[in-house]
Design a protein around this ligand. Structure first.
Ligand SMILES: Cc1cc2nc3c(=O)[nH]c(=O)nc-3n(C[C@H](O)[C@H](O)[C@H](O)COP(=O)(O)OP(=O)(O)OC[C@H]3O[C@@H](n4cnc5c(N)ncnc54)[C@H](O)[C@@H]3O)c2cc1C
Length: 336
């Protein structure tokens, strides 16, 4: 196996987050010589965290300029670490920082980059990347001859490396931060109000447009729907997803679920999150929606329609029932 570099940026506190440890686990499973390259305002704490992982070298680039997410500084650091390590294969977590900077690094090094990898393995003696195509409809395993080969591994695909911390000596790679035109004053969350997207939650709760439709009494009950869903999310700490129809209606400013935005959309033109379980409510289960459920292990749905899309092999369990009644009862049971 060729030498591998794992690229990771440290968090504000100096340690490594879960996606970085997942990239490390992916690299170690290839059984090659692994170097870890750390970037951040400070890297010592992160280095100590992975000191006992079996990596042969720990490289670092640190300084205030490298603590901030910025293409120019992240690409400079990534390039310098790739050159210093001499690695043929570079594995990094697909964080927004690396996803933005590493394709440019591949270009600078005359290498290649692959994104959205879900696994790596050795096929016929060479490293291979597994990834999905056509919005998670086809899975492929591919190899490349060009080097360095940079691979961005999607978070949540492998168990993160875990082990005890230890003493670490980091080889600092001297690099000057490029001149930047922007000054970072602080960070502001993109979403105002209630935080409903929780990638690490065990359960994905999906709300569909049915929550806003006229019900058996001939009236819509959007305000009640909002309350029932919020109560469930607060009690269960589930992550909230939505169908395209529902987030589109919310986006038009209709009085529906005010905490629902396009960021919540699951599906072909939305996201494909990874959760152990999923519960779909008032959502028809059409293919462009359910393709976003590819990585949800156990799928259940509540729909009034026994002939909805979920009934056609898309869900493990379909409850033919009124979601208002079901979720009111679930809330009563989990909050009593
Ligand atoms: C190119 C393309 C890309 C697309 N991408 C996406 C995508 O990324 N994500 C996505 O979601 N969609 C996507 N769509 C749209 C998708 O095909 C569906 O139109 C959409 O998912 C329907 O949303 P829905 O199931 O919430 O609404 P509806 O189809 O209106 O279904 C509402 C459901 O609620 C049920 N219901 C109503 N009241 C109750 C109740 N009290 N209890 C239980 N059930 C109830 C009804 O029986 C019905 O099945 C895409 C479409 C195209 C053409």
């Amino acid at each position: 196996m060729e030498p591998v570099l794992v690229l990771a940026h440290t968090e504000a506190v100096g340690s490594l987050a879960k996606p970085a440890l997942e990239a490390l686990a992916t690299a170690l499973a290839l059984h090659g010589e692994v170097t870890i390259g750390l970037v951040g305002a400070k890297v010592q704490a992160g280095a100590e965290q992975v000191a006992c992982s079996g990596a042969v070298r720990l490289l670092g680039i640190q300084g205030d300029a490298f603590g901030q997410a910025r293409y120019s500084t992240d690409a400079t650091a990534g390039e310098a670490l790739c050159r210093a390590s001499g690695a043929a294969v570079v594995i990094a977590p697909a964080t927004s920082r690396w996803a933005r900077a590493l394709p440019g690094v591949a270009q600078r090094l005359n290498g290649r980059v692959d994104t959205h990898a879900t696994a790596m393995s050795i096929e016929n003696g060479v490293p291979a990347v597994t990834r999905w195509f056509y919005r998670q409809r086809m899975e492929a395993v591919l190899t490349r001859t060009q080097r360095p080969w940079i691979v961005l591994v999607d978070p949540g695909c492998v168990a993160p490396w875990s082990g005890v911390a230890g003493a670490a000596t980091v080889e600092m790679v001297p690099v000057e931060a490029p001149a930047t035109r922007t000054t970072v004053l602080g960070a502001e969350a993109a979403q105002a109000g209630e935080q409903t997207i929780r990638p690490d939650a065990k359960l994905l709760f999906v709300a569909g447009a049915g929550w806003t439709k006229k019900q058996a009494d001939g009236a819509a009950h959007a305000a009640e729907a909002e309350q029932v869903i919020l109560n469930f999310l607060r009690a269960s700490q589930a992550s909230l997803g939505g169908s395209k129809s529902l987030v589109d209606v919310s986006g038009e400013g209709e009085a529906v679920l005010r905490f629902m935005t396009h960021l919540n959309q699951i599906g072909q033109t939305g996201s494909t999150p990874r959760h152990a379980k999923g519960l779909s409510t008032c959502c028809h289960g059409e293919e462009p929606h359910t393709v976003g459920w590819r990585f949800v292990h156990q799928r259940r749905a509540v729909n009034l329609d026994a002939n909805c899309g979920w009934a056609r092999g898309k869900a493990d369990v379909l409850y033919v029932a009124d979601a208002f009644a079901v979720m009111r009862e679930v809330n009563r049971l989990i909050t009593r």
